[in-house]
Design a protein around this ligand. Structure first.
Ligand code: DGL
Length: 265
C-alpha cells in the first residue's frame, strides 16, 4: 500500500495529532480534513457524526490515502465502525481510543485513571467499553468537561480563567488518587502543561498525539514508505474563516494554509 496519510477531525484541534505525525514521519505526505462546517462534534448526535465521518473517509480514500487516522475522540467513539467499513481492504484505520487504552492497560494495570473529554466522548461510554475488553483491571473515572474546547479556541489558557475552570473540573472527588489523566480530546494537549503545573505533577497527563504516532509507526511497517519528502501536504476545511487559519499555528506549531472544500454541496 502506498499513498498519503489521511487525518481528520471535527476542526483544527486534530492538528495536534497531525503535528506529531509530521514530526515522526517527515517524509510522508499528509492530507488533513477539518470539518469546521460541523464543529463541534462534541455536542452532536452519534448519527450525525457517523454521517460526516463516512463522507470524509470516502474523500480521503479518493485521495489515495493508505492510512486514515480519526484524530478526534468524538468521531472515534461514534464512527470507528463506519469508517472501517468504508476503508475495508483499501486503507488502514486508526482511531484515538484503542491505542490509548492499550497504552494505559500496559502502564497502569491495577491503577485508577481519570479521563476528561467532550459530552459525546464521555456519554458514548466507548472508553469504558474498550477498557473492559482490553484492560479490565484499570479503574476509570470519566468526566465531560465541555467548557474546555471553547476556552482553548478563544485562546484562554495559562491564565486566571483557565486555571479556575481546570481546577474546578479536577476538584471532582472522582479524580482522587488517580495515577494518570487521559486527555480524551484533541484540543487538550494545549493545556497539558497547565494541568501538570496546577496538579503539581501528582499524576501523569496522557495526550493522544504521541501515542497515535507510535501506533502509526507500527501500521506503516505494512505500507510503502516515502523515502524523501517530495509532495506537499494539504489541509482542507469544510468551512473557512480567517480566524480558523490564525488558530492553526496554536495547534500545528507553524502557520499553514487552509484550503476550503465543501464535501456536502
Ligand atoms: N475534536 C473533538 C474531540 O477530540 C473536540 C472538538 C469538538 O467537539 O468537535 O473530541
Amino acid at each position: 500500500m502506498a499513498g498519503p496519510i489521511g487525518v481528520f477531525d471535527s476542526g483544527i484541534g486534530g492538528l495536534t495529532v497531525a503535528r506529531s505525525i509530521k514530526d515522526h514521519f517527515p517524509n510522508e505526505k499528509l492530507i488533513y480534513f477539518g470539518d469546521t462546517a460541523h464543529l463541534p462534534y462534541g455536542d452532536k448526535s452519534r448519527d450525525a457524526i457517523r454521517h460526516y465521518s463516512q463522507r470524509i473517509s470516502q474523500f480521503l480514500l479518493a485521495q489515495g490515502c493508505k492510512v486514515i487516522v480519526i484524530a478526534c475522540n468524538s468521531a472515534s467513539s461514534s464512527a470507528y465502525e463506519v469508517v472501517s467499513e468504508v476503508c475495508e481492504g483499501k486503507a488502514l484505520v486508526i482511531n484515538v481510543i484503542d491505542p490509548m487504552v492499550r497504552y494505559v492497560g500496559k502502564h497502569y494495570s491495577g491503577k485508577k485513571v481519570g479521563l476528561i473529554g467532550t459530552h459525546r466522548t464521555v456519554d458514548s461510554g466507548e472508553y469504558e467499553k474498550r477498557f473492559s475488553e482490553i484492560a479490565p483491571d484499570v479503574s476509570l473515572f470519566s468526566l465531560s468537561t465541555p467548557l474546555l474546547v471553547p476556552m482553548i479556541e478563544e485562546g484562554y489558557y495559562q491564565n486566571q480563567i483557565s486555571h479556575e475552570i481546570i481546577e474546578d473540573y479536577l476538584a471532582n472527588p472522582g479524580f482522587q488518587e488517580i495515577s494518570a489523566l487521559i486527555l480524551a480530546c484533541t484540543h487538550y494537549p494545549l493545556i497539558a502543561d497547565e494541568i501538570r503545573e496546577l496538579t503539581q505533577n501528582k499524576f501523569e497527563v496522557l495526550g493522544s498525539p504521541d501515542i497515535i504516532s507510535r501506533e502509526l509507526a507500527e501500521a506503516l511497517r505494512h505500507t510503502e514508505r516515502q523515502k524523501r519528502s517530495v509532495e506537499k501536504d494539504h489541509f482542507y476545511v469544510s468551512d473557512f474563516t480567517e480566524s480558523f487559519e490564525h488558530s492553526t499555528k496554536k495547534f500545528f506549531g507553524v502557520e499553514i494554509h487552509l484550503e476550503h472544500l465543501d464535501l456536502w454541496s
